[in-house]
Design a protein around this ligand. Structure first.
Ligand code: EPZ
Length: 423
């Protein structure tokens, strides 16, 4: 295993290229199962989650080549319909092979993903949607088995859950519906940009999807789909993470390149409210350290609301921002593993019932801390940049799941961050 040693007092300057979106790449890679023709997908980030997805596809029979950010996949000979536990347990997003496998093989058998540290990760909405299209669903021995002996039938399905829409659930039903007989309407669909990118990918393959990005998506089933060359959208959460790094530790300002600012409106709004100066020019954003920083109150919400995947990073910013800030995660109320580690660094954070009340302090002090999940790890790195002294972050494999070479990118901005073996 490896750990990061982050030296405090960082004074960031320069520019950083934002990678392609992990959360757009994963369902798009799964969607290649829907055709036997070659697909070329560009700007796929080199992170462990995309590597796991490629392993799952190879396990199913896909031919995969990867050269830097470009992945070439051909799912001509798919000879299985299962995603086994030893692969699914490593990456719960592998549940998004259910829809395409069902559409391709009329059968799918996927291990139940189980929970993770950010909370219980049920897939009841996925199964409601897929059974709505005619799949017979049985859950036993920790696996979910779906069969549609005579193919799937387009129907109207409602995908809304008690915590709002489901991103991967919407993806699964959309990917199942593109080859179903007739028309499918998804009500209560997730509106995230990653869902729109998947719909764009599927339409390029010959699907007939309209309404992606709104709560109502219509899919007219077709009989077959073809290969495609697609570039994945920029990663809005990586961009948001670097924006917070700039707000916390820029010498004057830092520049992010290759971003989609229209995917970041809620994050940009909060950062401006907190006093950061932000300039947007095409695919570039520049952010400066706040001259008179203010705290804020945030409720995470489904897109276009404030993203839960940016909640931990904002806690790091608020931990050193004067005044009281309140952060409520309505999507994953347990997603505050970072709080206890930030407290070890001197943060004044009280978490109760899915809400963190943060009283900003002058600065945090470096300490040995432990990464627990992807975004909590990023929050610890951000806090280490501005803390006094050194912060040792163990279990950095969590951060490598979703950030492409984050230590190299931060070092290129002037941070002092070492990746060393954790003996
Ligand atoms: C996606 O996960 C993202 N992952 C998550 O990002 C992100 O936090 C989440 O959407 C919310 O935006 C990928 O895209 C790979 P959901 P997903 O289904 O689709 C409940 C990261 O850090 N729910 O939209 O699995 C669920 O418990 C990761 O990059 C049900 O109740 O999340 C949650 O409270 C972490 N039943 C809410 O809905 C279901 O069947 C939203 O979950 C499905 C979900």
């Amino acid at each position: 295993m490896e750990k990061f040693i982050v030296h405090g007092g960082a004074s960031l300057e320069g520019s950083v290229n934002i990678s392609g979106s992990k959360n757009a790449s994963l369902p798009i890679l799964a969607a290649t199962l829907l055709t036997s023709e070659q697909c070329v997908i560009r700007r796929v980030p080199d992170v462990s989650d995309t590597n796991y997805m490629l392993q799952i596809l190879q396990n199913l029979g896909a031919e995969v080549e990867r050269a830097s950010g470009t992945v070439v996949i051909k799912c001509e000979k798919i000879h299985r319909h299962d995603a086994p536990y030893e692969l699914v347990r490593k990456m719960r997003a592998s549940v998004c092979v259910m829809g395409p496998l069902l559409a391709r093989q009329n059968r799918a058998n996927v291990s139940l993903p189980g929970g993770c540290v950010i909370g219980d990760r049920p897939i009841d909405l996925h199964l409601r949607g897929l059974s709505g299209l005619g799949a017979q669903v049985t859950v036993e021995g920790g696996n979910v088995d779906l069969q549609a002996r005579f193919g799937l039938e387009g129907k109207t399905v409602d995908m809304m859950g008690k915590h709002g829409a489901t991103v991967l659930g919407t993806d699964n039903v959309m990917m199942a519906a593109v080859l179903a007989k007739g028309i499918t309407i998804i009500n209560g669909a997730a509106c995230e940009p990653e869902v729109v990118d998947l719909a764009d990918f599927l339409n390029s393959m010959g699907a007939k999807i309209s309404g992606a990005g709104t709560p109502r998506i219509e899919i007219v089933g077709v009989t077959e789909l073809g290969g495609v060359d697609h570039t994945v959208i920029p990663d809005r959460i990586e961009a948001g993470t670097f924006l917070v790094a700039g707000a916390m530790a820029a010498k004057n300002k830092i520049t992010l390149r290759r971003i989609r600012s229209d995917h970041l409106n809620s994050v940009l709004q909060v950062l401006e409210q907190c006093g950061s100066e932000i300039e947007i020019e095409g695919e570039t954003i520049t952010i400066g350290k706040a001259t008179s920083p203010q705290g804020a109150n945030i409720n995470t919400e489904p897109y276009p609301g404030f993203p839960t995947d940016m909640q931990a990073q904002m806690c790091s910013l608020f931990a050193i921002t004067p005044g009281i800030s309140v952060v409520k995660d309505t999507i994953f109320p347990q997603r505050f593993m970072h709080a206890s580690e930030l407290k070890r660094m001197g943060a004044d954070i009280q978490v109760d019932d899915g809400t963190a009340v943060i009283n900003g302090v002058e600065h945090l002090s470096g300490a040995p801390v432990m990464a627990s999940d992807l975004r909590a790890s990023a929050a610890l790195v951000l806090s280490g940049l501005t803390a006094s002294g050194k912060t040792e972050i163990t279990r950095v494999y969590h951060i490598d799941r979703g950030y492409e070479h984050i230590d190299d990118k931060l070092a290129a901005l002037g941070a002092q961050i070492d990746r060393v073996p954790d003996r």
